[in-house]
Design a protein around this ligand. Structure first.
Ligand SMILES: *[C@@H]1O[C@H](CO)[C@@H](O)[C@H](O)[C@H]1NC(C)=O
Ligand SMILES: *[C@@H]1O[C@H](CO)[C@@H](O)[C@H](O)[C@H]1NC(C)=O
Ligand SMILES: *[C@@H]1O[C@H](CO)[C@@H](O)[C@H](O)[C@H]1NC(C)=O
Ligand SMILES: *[C@@H]1O[C@H](CO)[C@@H](O)[C@H](O)[C@H]1NC(C)=O
Ligand SMILES: *[C@@H]1O[C@H](CO)[C@@H](O)[C@H](O)[C@H]1NC(C)=O
Ligand SMILES: *[C@@H]1O[C@H](CO)[C@@H](O)[C@H](O)[C@H]1NC(C)=O
Ligand SMILES: *[C@@H]1O[C@H](CO)[C@@H](O)[C@H](O)[C@H]1NC(C)=O
Ligand SMILES: *[C@@H]1O[C@H](CO)[C@@H](O)[C@H](O)[C@H]1NC(C)=O
Ligand SMILES: *[C@@H]1O[C@H](CO)[C@@H](O)[C@H](O)[C@H]1NC(C)=O
Ligand SMILES: *[C@@H]1O[C@H](CO)[C@@H](O)[C@H](O)[C@H]1NC(C)=O
Ligand SMILES: *[C@@H]1O[C@H](CO)[C@@H](O)[C@H](O)[C@H]1NC(C)=O
Ligand SMILES: *[C@@H]1O[C@H](CO)[C@@H](O)[C@H](O)[C@H]1NC(C)=O
Length: 701
């Protein structure tokens, strides 16, 4: 008896002990995080399709795997790894098949090789590759039954002898034609070759394709590789009984995404990104949810009184939808009954819900949930009123529940110019929660239409927990332009695209110093994309930062506008084209203020980045080198903006940034007394050279 008591006591002591000494999150573990890009219920509600994404260090790539979760048996079955993510997997109408794309036969590198779609049969647990021709698939949808799918492909440019390999930019790069086919399977034997029939061609790229049996329509959204003109992004349909007529459903400055049909097939739902191309009197807004009545074309907005951003939704029934709404630093589940205007908040856990799906006939809801204290997993629940008792059905990130994560709190301050209240997150080293006089790293989110959230997404562009485990207090400001604080908050960045959010951030740093939270002599700043724009700007505005980490940033916005794939954003934010408001392009650009920089700066860029052109990082590197500021640029081969090809690239990025932080960040230097001897040497050499050069010229004359 006594021994039992003793053991119990020992056990309790041991468990207390183990809770308090969770080990430190190490660098390699940090990069082993799994995310869940897609969830989808089958039409019967018996199965949930789950996609996981994780780095594959041996193959220098990311692995996207599909799993089939059986709701009743609570078992998970592997379908495929190597998923190609350009088109989402789709359940067949009966729930007996899944169609998807794979990297196995991908023509990403080989031009004009055969393309395949893959058919997974639940009955036989087999995958069947199906040849679909040489054109790149853009979108696909099942028809009303399992016998056929509709497929949109990109038409192949015709060889033209006159032009050889010369690119005519508008014709070859931007203008594209899509072709829609119907593919009929042989329903007796799906291994037999398919029948492919042309439906019609359209003169734009198709982004998403949907079939509705309501008046037998094929609905699609158009897109363009370059976001210059928002007329390139609209919704269309064709009537399958008369395919010659192409009808346009929208004509607006909205990018329509995440298309879904109502259960009766008569309403088309979509999320909107309102992005003005500066031609019309129109403001960029947060994401919204709309539906179009396909019978009469009437458009309805959902949640118009909601002040935040709508980031996802799923159709609950003919009477309502569940909505993922971002307000401040949280994304929560709301619902909207068709008869009522206001959204109802469903009480869940604090944090971020994403990828919500529902199975209306079984009344099941599945979602991905995480918070800064809890790693991402997939959950499901059979009653929305009981969200707080949702059960996790995956355990991919268990390791992170055993590690010491930062302790985080929301922090508020005011911009001293216009007294706007700004919010941000403070991530403390767990053992130093609420301590004073800490070294500070300001990590600035991209976008600008995004926000730092109560969400755990460990990644190379979201590495506050790693910086924290190295002893930094990390401050993530939701500066002007961030979502979750109303549409007006977004518009206040316009015509002051760097100076106003820059001031928001600097006022936050001032407040942290005033509150005694940070050591004013140990300040660092960094960010990716728009966070890189702001990092480059801030080091021209103050010498207070010991160190800067500039990732995919820009320094000149005329050339950025001319080169990037979303120029409409720049002309909107700058309040006009470069020739209309040249003073804004000049005043709000780090390149023209670079001589004020004293901060050692680490720069990274992807070699093929077309979102923020690589050249911007080279300009910054050259400028800082001329000015004798310690600077280092690293470039990731083949990568675009999001370093999505090789996981080692993101890992090396953060490794080098941490080194730079350690080298320059943790020392109280007065950067005003910079060492100019390098520059003097250079000037002297230049003068000497000019002198000899002029002698040569004189002699020749
Ligand atoms: C990362 O994940 C792989 C695959 O599960 C595992 O083999 C490896 O040990 C993990 N590395 C760390 C540092 O956790
Ligand atoms: C689920 O369980 C039932 C009954 O035990 C069984 O008949 C069925 O085959 C199982 N399904 C799967 C996918 O394992
Ligand atoms: C892809 O190729 C691998 C290896 O050749 C094979 O095991 C796998 O089944 C293939 N996947 C698909 C979806 O065909
Ligand atoms: C599928 O639908 C098409 C068009 O409605 C029809 O012609 C075909 O017979 C159907 N196939 C099956 C197996 O029901
Ligand atoms: C289906 O067709 C393939 C290829 O012709 C053949 O090998 C296979 O035996 C057929 N299967 C059935 C069930 O008829
Ligand atoms: C559609 O495009 C294809 C490939 O470019 C072409 O062969 C076909 O003639 C076009 N069809 C129509 C109806 O324009
Ligand atoms: C098909 O649509 C075209 C173009 O709108 C129209 O001229 C034609 O009359 C329609 N045909 C039928 C059979 O409805
Ligand atoms: C856009 O926002 C500005 C304020 O930033 C406001 O003055 C203007 O009226 C808005 N325009 C429209 C069309 O809503
Ligand atoms: C959830 O967030 C709200 C608002 O930020 C806060 O008042 C509340 O205390 C939080 N609840 C928990 C359990 O952390
Ligand atoms: C869902 O949960 C609520 C609150 O616990 C309960 O009142 C309601 O009856 C439940 N609904 C169903 C369909 O079980
Ligand atoms: C800064 O340096 C001090 C003294 O060397 C050290 O104790 C501290 O951990 C360092 N902090 C960071 C964030 O590197
Ligand atoms: C300035 O730089 C030169 C050469 O780069 C070096 O020799 C000298 O010690 C530096 N002076 C100071 C004060 O750091």
């Amino acid at each position: 008896m006594l021994i039992q008591l003793y053991l119990l006591l020992l056990l309790q002591i041991f468990s207390c002990f183990s809770i308090e000494t969770k080990s430190k999150l190490n660098f390699d573990e940090f990069f082993n995080y799994t995310t869940f890009p897609l969830l989808k219920f089958s039409s019967t509600g018996r199965h949930l399709l789950i996609q996981t994404k994780r780095p594959s260090w041996n193959t220098n790539s990311y692995e996207n795997t599909l799993w089939l979760y059986d709701i009743q048996n609570q078992t998970k079955k592997f379908i495929t790894t190597n998923l190609r993510t350009s088109i989402q997997p789709q359940w067949s109408p009966s729930g007996n098949y899944i169609v998807f794309l794979s990297k196995n036969h991908s023509s990403i590198n080989k031009r004009q090789s055969e393309e395949y779609i893959y058919l997974y049969s639940l009955g036989s647990d087999t995958v069947l590759p199906i040849q679909i021709g040489k054109e790149t698939p853009l979108a696909l949808t099942w028809s009303n039954n399992d016998s056929s799918i509709y497929l949109a492909v990109k038409s192949i440019d015709k060889e033209n002898d006159l032009w050889k390999d010369v690119i005519q930019y508008r014709e070859n790069v931007i203008r594209k034609t899509s072709i829609i086919y119907r593919i009929d399977f042989n329903s007796n034997n799906r291994s037999l070759p398919v029948e492919k029939s042309l439906i019609r061609n359209v003169s734009f790229l198709i982004n998403q394709l949907l079939y509705t049996s309501f008046e037998e329509k094929l609905i699609f959204s158009s897109a363009s590789a370059v976001r210059e003109n928002l007329d390139d992004f609209e919704l269309y349909f064709i009537n399958l009984r008369n395919m010659s007529a192409l009808s346009k459903l929208t004509n607006n400055e909205i990018i329509e995404t995440a298309l879904q049909l109502s259960i009766d097939g008569q309403h088309l739902f979509f999320l909107s990104l309102h992005r003005s191309s500066n031609k019309k009197l129109f403001n960029n807004t947060q994401n919204r949810l709309y539906s179009i009545n396909l019978a009469n074309g009437i458009i309805t907005r959902f949640g118009e009184h909601f002040d935040g951003s709508i980031d996802g939704y799923t159709i609950e029934s003919d009477a309502g939808v569940y909505i993922l709404g971002q307000l401040g630093t949280e994304i929560q589940i709301y619902s909207r009954q068709l008869s009522k205007k206001d959204l109802i908040h469903h009480n869940g856990w604090n944090g971020t819900y994403e990828s919500i799906v529902s199975s209306y006939n079984q009344r099941l809801i599945a979602f991905v949930y995480s918070s800064l204290e809890k790693p991402m997993e997939v959950y499901f629940v059979d009653n929305i009123s009981q969200l707080i008792s949702a059960k996790a059905i995956t355990n991919e990130n268990y390791l992170f529940t055993q590690r010491n994560l930062p302790k985080t709190k929301v922090y508020n301050w005011r911009n001293e110019d216009d007294h706007r209240v700004i919010e941000g997150l403070l991530h403390y080293p767990p053992e130093k929660f609420q301590s004073k006089n800490l070294p500070l790293l300001v990590l600035i989110h991209g976008g600008p239409y995004a926000a730092s959230l109560n969400r755990l997404n460990l990644a190379w562009n979201n590495w506050a927990p790693l910086a924290v485990s190295e002893g930094w207090l990390v401050f993530e400001p939701n500066y002007r332009g961030s979502t979750g604080y109303g549409d007006q908050f977004l518009s206040e960045i316009r015509a002051k695209p760097l100076s106003r959010p820059g001031k928001d951030i600097l006022c936050g740093v001032d407040q942290l110093i005033k509150d005694g939270i940070v050591d004013p002599y140990k300040l660092a700043v960094g960010g990716f994309s728009y966070g890189g724009f702001l990092t480059n700007w801030l080091i021209t505005q103050t010498k207070r930062f010991n160190v800067a980490l500039s990732a995919a940033g820009a320094v000149d916005f005329t050339s950025t506008w001319g080169m990037m794939d979303i120029p409409a954003l720049i002309s909107y934010l700058y309040g006009g084209f470069p020739w209309e408001v040249p003073h804004i392009y000049q005043n709000e650009a780090p390149i023209y203020h670079l001589d004020k920089v004293r901060t050692p700066t680490h720069i990274v860029t992807g070699e093929n980045d077309v979102r923020v052109p690589t050249s911007q990082s080279y300009i910054l590197e050259r400028g800082l080198r001329y000015l004798d500021i310690p600077v280092k640029l690293i470039t990731f081969p083949k990568e675009g903006h999001s370093l999505s090809i090789n996981p080692w690239h993101g890992k090396i990025k953060v490794r080098e940034e941490l080194k730079w932080l350690q080298q320059y960040g943790n020392q109280s230097l007065n950067r005003d007394k910079s060492n100019n001897s390098e520059r003097q040497k250079f000037t002297y050499a230049l003068q000497l050279y000019m002198f000899f050069f002029s002698l040569v010229i004189i002699k020749n004359i």
